[in-house]
Write a protein that binds this ligand. Sequence first.
Ligand code: GTP
Ligand code: MG
Length: 293
Amino acid sequence: MKSGFIAILGRPNVGKSSIMNYLVGEKVAIVSPKAQTTRAKALGVLTRGDVQMVFVDTPGIHRPRTKLGEFMMKSVKDARDGVDCIMVVLDGTFIGKGDLEVMQSVKNEPCPKFLVINKTDIAKPEELMPRLSQLDVSGFDEVVSVSARKGTNMDKLYELLENTLPEGPAYFPADMMTDQPERVMIAEIIREKALNSLRDEIPHGVGVEMLSIQKLSDRLTEIHANVYCERAAHKSIIIGKHGEMLGRIGSEARMDIEKLLDTKVMLRLWVKVREDWRNRAEDLKNLGYVDEK
Ligand SMILES: Nc1nc2c(ncn2[C@@H]2O[C@H](COP(=O)(O)OP(=O)(O)OP(=O)(O)O)[C@@H](O)[C@H]2O)c(=O)[nH]1
Ligand SMILES: [Mg+2]
């Protein structure tokens, strides 16, 4: 058996979670066009024959400005500990200083390291090629260009990973795809739908607090959750005219949660204003953004 932990690192929004979902073959992590979608490290597990890859998806690396940001960056640091392999993901449409810093920071890690250039489906080759040729890739064992959206070259990436993994045990049961408990998955689905519907700065201030998940029967689950935002003005945008926005977020979330739980779902969302919750220890705890150690 070959197995190992593979950390996925990179700037926000480069496609780390998309790559993990593609390789695992299931949507285990939420994805959105907004930066800083992933807020805590999460595992995605792929077991195929006698190979088990345990991906560690991480929040996008940035300079934190809130306690939540600090938690996120601590989560990245923890995720790197003791892994068998590191993938640094870049967005092929833009490679900047932040990317170089991430590359630099892993350079001296003793494990195999791959540089993954994502979004090649929309990157212009005439812009990407010169950029790549200027990139100092020393310290990386391999550079691979992929598109997580189209699946381009993902078999090559899989092969590279498979060849690099050491002999080892199955760390998780073959049918387990993530370490995220159901209530976290549900909160994340709700947050994803909010991120996809909201614009500007509001998404960064959205948090979902699970209140209850009650299985009323084999076929029906009732779920209550608070949606945090930071200002009264944000609350009215999230609710929308005649409740339209919240209705849309709720019904999109409900459909995904129904698939996850395999029951019908009654979803009740309440929007709450919690000023500056991203800096408040109590609120961060309620939302599950606490260091387990
Ligand atoms: N065109 C294109 N878009 C992609 C590709 N991979 C990801 N995306 C999009 O890029 C955006 C960010 O993707 P995520 O997977 O959430 O990125 P991330 O690196 O996990 O982002 P954070 O969690 O915020 O750090 C989403 O809108 C994805 O649909 C790709 O290969 N091609
Ligand atoms: Mg992510």
